[in-house]
Design a protein around this ligand. Structure first.
Ligand SMILES: Cc1cc2nc3c(=O)[nH]c(=O)nc-3n(C[C@H](O)[C@H](O)[C@H](O)COP(=O)(O)OP(=O)(O)OC[C@H]3O[C@@H](n4cnc5c(N)ncnc54)[C@H](O)[C@@H]3O)c2cc1C
Length: 378
C-alpha cells in the first residue's frame, strides 16, 4: 500500500499520545454519552488539560501554536476511535480560529484561553429553520441600540449547541444589503433572552449535542461584534476550504478504521466450513473497498499538502468533501453487509459508523452545494 508521507516523527509520537487519550478518556464513556445525548464536561476539561484543544491557537492565547497536522491527527484519531460525540473539531478548528482571525485583542484574551482549557465550549450558529444551504436567507436580526445590539431570531441543528458557553451567531444587521448586511456576534450562554431549545434526537452522532437556539431581545454590547459590521459573510467564506477538508479527513480515517475491522471480522467468522474471507464475494468486496479507501487517502493527503502550502482551492476542497463522504457511505454499507446481522447491532462499530456517516453528505454544505461549487470552477 502507498505509505503516507505528510507526518514527521514528532507527529507520529503525538499520534500515540492522542490515541491513548481516546482509549482512556473517551471510548470507555461513549456508550453512556450516546444515551445522554451529550458528552461530559470532564471530557472537555481533560482534553484541555492535555493540550488537545485549540492546538493551532498561539501560546499567548492558551493554545499550542501547533501546525495543522497536529489538528489533523486529533481528527483522525477521533475517527479511528469511532467516538463521534465530542465536538472538538468544530470548537478548535472553526470557532476558535474565527475569534483568532477576526476578533479584537480584548475578545481573543477573554475567550481563547477558556476555549483552549475546555472551560468554555464553543459553537457557531448559522443555520435557521428556514435557511440552511441558502445562508443569505438568514432572518436573525441584530439592531443597534446605543452601545448595544439587540438580537432576535432562532437557529437550529447547532453542534455543541446544548452544551455551549459561547456561540458565534450569524445575524443580519442590514437585511437590504444582501451578503454585505451579515454580521457575526459573540453571545455567551446565560445572556438574558438567549435560550437553548431541545437537544435534537438524531439518526446518528448520538453522543453529540445538536440543539436549537433562541434569541429573544438578547442585548449584547457592540464590543461583542466579531469581524466588523457587514463583514460576516466575508469571515464565513475565508476558511471554508479547511472546514470542508476536515469532513474529508474524518470520512477517510473512518473508512480506514471500519474496513480494517471488517477484514478482521471476515477472518474470524465462518460459514459453510470456511472463513468469510475465503468466499470470493467477500474477497472481491474487500478488494473494491480497499481500492476506494486507498484512492481517498492519496487524494486527501494531497489536499492536506495543498492546504499547508496555503493553496487548497475551494473547488478542490469541495471535491474532497463531496467525494469522500459519498465513498464513506458506500464503503461502510458494504462493510456492514459483510457483518451480516451483527452489522445491524448498535454494539458493533460498523452499525454506529453507518448511522454517523449519513450526515457527512449533508452538513458543512450539502454535497449538492459542493457540486455547484465544483461546477462553477469549470
Ligand atoms: C448533525 C448536524 C450538525 C450540524 N451542525 C451545524 C452547526 O454547528 N452550525 C450550523 O450553522 N449548522 C449546522 N448544521 C446545519 C447544516 O449545515 C445544514 O443542515 C445544511 O447546510 C443543509 O441545510 P438545510 O438542512 O436547511 O437543507 P436545505 O438547504 O433545505 O436543503 C435541502 C435539500 O435541497 C438541496 N439544495 C438546496 N439548495 C440547492 C441548490 N442550490 N442546488 C441543488 N440542491 C440544493 C440540498 O442539497 C438538500 O438536498 C448541522 C446539521 C446537522 C444535521
Amino acid at each position: 500500500m502507498i505509505e503516507r508521507s505528510i507526518f514527521s516523527e514528532e507527529h507520529n509520537i503525538f499520534r500515540e499520545s492522542v490515541r491513548r487519550f481516546y482509549e482512556e478518556h473517551i471510548i470507555p464513556h461513549h456508550a453512556q454519552w450516546e444515551k445522554d445525548g451529550q458528552v461530559s464536561r470532564n471530557a472537555w476539561k481533560e482534553a484541555g488539560k492535555q493540550g488537545l484543544l485549540c492546538m493551532p491557537i498561539p501560546e499567548e492565547y492558551g493554545g499550542a501554536g501547533a501546525d495543522k497536522l497536529y489538528s489533523i491527527i486529533m481528527m483522525e484519531e477521533q475517527a479511528r476511535a469511532g467516538t463521534t460525540g465530542p465536538g472538538f473539531g468544530l470548537h478548535s478548528e472553526i470557532v476558535a480560529p474565527y475569534i483568532l482571525n477576526y476578533g479584537t485583542e480584548e475578545q481573543k484574551k477573554k475567550y481563547l484561553p477558556k476555549l483552549a482549557s475546555g472551560e468554555m465550549i464553543g459553537a457557531i450558529a448559522m443555520t435557521e429553520p428556514g435557511a440552511g444551504s441558502d445562508l443569505q436567507g438568514v432572518k436573525t436580526r441584530a439592531v443597534k441600540d446605543g452601545n448595544e445590539y439587540i438580537i432576535n431570531g432562532s437557529k437550529t441543528f447547532i453542534t455543541n449547541g446544548f452544551m455551549c458557553d459561547l456561540v458565534i451567531v450569524v445575524t443580519k444587521t442590514d437585511p437590504s444589503a444582501g451578503a454585505k448586511g451579515t454580521t457575526l456576534f459573540l453571545v455567551e450562554a446565560g445572556t438574558p433572552g438567549f435560550e437553548k431549545g431541545r437537544n435534537l434526537d438524531k439518526l446518528g452522532l448520538k453522543a453529540q449535542d445538536t440543539a436549537e437556539l433562541f434569541f429573544d431581545d438578547v442585548r449584547v454590547p457592540a464590543s461583542n461584534m466579531l469581524g466588523g459590521e457587514g463583514k460576516g459573510f466575508f469571515c464565513l467564506m475565508q476558511e471554508l476550504a479547511w472546514e470542508r477538508l476536515q469532513i474529508a479527513i474524518g470520512a477517510t480515517a473512518t473508512m480506514e478504521a471500519v474496513l480494517d475491522e471488517t477484514i478482521e471480522y471476515t477472518k474470524n467468522r465462518s460459514a459453510f466450513g470456511k472463513d468469510l474471507i475465503e468466499f470470493q464475494n467477500s474477497r472481491f468486496k474487500l478488494a473494491e473497498q480497499k481500492t476506494q479507501v486507498q484512492i481517498a487517502r492519496v487524494f486527501v493527503d494531497k489536499c492536506i499538502e495543498e492546504l499547508l502550502k496555503g493553496q487548497l482551492e475551494v473547488a478542490t476542497a469541495a471535491m474532497a468533501k463531496y467525494w469522500t463522504s459519498e465513498i464513506e457511505n458506500r464503503v461502510i454499507d458494504e462493510c456492514l453487509q459483510l457483518h451480516g446481522g451483527y452489522g445491524f447491532m448498535w454494539e458493533y462499530r460498523v452499525a454506529r459508523s453507518y448511522a454517523d456517516a449519513r450526515v457527512q453528505r449533508i452538513y458543512g454544505g450539502t454535497n449538492e452545494i459542493m457540486k455547484e461549487l465544483i461546477a462553477r470552477s469549470l
